[in-house]
Design a protein around this ligand. Structure first.
Ligand code: ATP
Length: 322
């Protein structure tokens, strides 16, 4: 293999730049050229390419986001779009691809490789950590630590004003960020999409807590929680308890910022493993981490399987809130 293409697709995640740097430098080490494809599958269709050299990825390991930009591409969902994309890759002499993205990106890649002759290796970039087949996705650790930092700050003001705060963290379909940041931040309750919570019971516990001398409390809510986001849940609690609440939505700040050491290392190891996989003639597989070791997981195995959070953590959080 003499030349490979590299792109990010779907939502951005901290650590993607570390993975980009690692793909480029591992490839250069093995005398393989790397072409950066801008804005995911959209850039592939348009032929929006630029050469990446070892020097062009200097100084990016500490930066959040992705220097290649990312996008969602409705056009790539069509056969015509994918055919155009393949034509562009052929013209540029690209013989293999590394895709940094999530489940949707890999579905697209799998379809692409069954229609056209080009191998793809995936690296999971997603703050949600809901991808089956890997213990951690790139960006999750940073997102958890950003949420945790915010919870710690909110705790200071909650304690000073004797307030109850509802803090909404990201996770439309996954409660992983809420569970991790909530447990680490000493939340009094954690609401996640995977569990139907008994709101009146939790409301009673908050009222009881007040009576027992707890002057402030923090409830962490995943944005996809089925009873509604943090505002909706806070409203329901107000009706149930008569207590006053404050709500903070953390939103996109959880995606930005400098990646943690964990995400930089995961990105670096994943990028190197992706190039190694292409060199060995592998395709249609995702690089994951299981028990600290880098592994390859076939794309098709990931689908129809969801990584479930350990619900025992909710029990621990409940015990910690006595
Ligand atoms: P995130 O977890 O951040 O949402 P993702 O990779 O799952 O990341 P998606 O928006 O689901 O993000 O997918 C990214 C892109 O992959 C889509 O915009 C589309 O171009 C392509 N894609 C997704 N599913 C398919 C599919 N079934 N066929 C062809 N292309 C697809």
């Amino acid at each position: 293999m003499k030349r490979i293409g590299l792109f990010c697709s779907g939502g951005d995640a901290p650590g993607m730049n570390a993975a980009i740097r690692a793909v480029v430098r591992s490839a250069v080490f093995h005398n393989i050229e790397v072409v950066g494809i801008l804005r995911g599958y959209n850039g592939m269709i348009k032929g929006d390419f630029r050469p990446l050299t070892a020097r062009s990825v200097s100084g990016i390991i500490s930066r959040g986001g992705t220097i290649l930009h990312t996008a969602r591409s409705p056009e790539f969902m069509t056969y015509k779009g994918r055919k155009k994309a393949f034509g562009q890759l052929k013209n540029a002499g690209i013989e293999g691809l590394v895709a940094i993205g999530g489940d949707g990106t890999f579905r697209g890649a799998r379809k692409f490789t069954t229609e056209f002759d080009i191998p793809v290796i995936g690296v999971t970039g997603s703050i949600d950590n809901d991808c089956w087949g890997t213990d951690y996705t790139l960006g999750f650790d940073t997102a958890v630590n950003i949420a945790l930092d915010a919870i710690d700050r909110i705790r200071d003001t909650a304690a000073s004003h004797d307030r109850i705060f509802f803090v909404e963290v990201m996770g439309r379909n996954s409660g992983m960020i809420a569970l991790w940041s909530g447990l680490a931040g000493g939340a009094d309750a954690i609401f996640i999409p995977e569990v139907r919570e008994d709101l009146p019971a939790v409301a009673r516990e908050l009222v009881e807590g007040r009576k027992m001398g707890k002057t402030s409390a923090i409830v962490v809510v995943a944005e996809g929680e089925e009873a509604g986001g943090a505002f909706e849940i806070a409203k329901k609690f107000k009706r149930l308890t008569g207590l006053d609440f404050r709500v903070t939505i953390l939103g996109h700040i959880q995606r930005g910022g400098s990646p943690t050491a964990f995400d930089r290392i995961l990105g670096t190891r994943s990028g190197a493993a992706a190039v190694e996989a292409l060199r060995k003639g592998k395709q249609n597989q995702m690089v994951g981490i299981q028990n600290g070791k880098m592994v390859l997981v076939p794309f098709c195995k990931m689908w129809n399987r969801r990584k479930r959070p350990d619900l025992g953590w909710l029990k621990i959080a409940e015990m910690m809130s006595v």
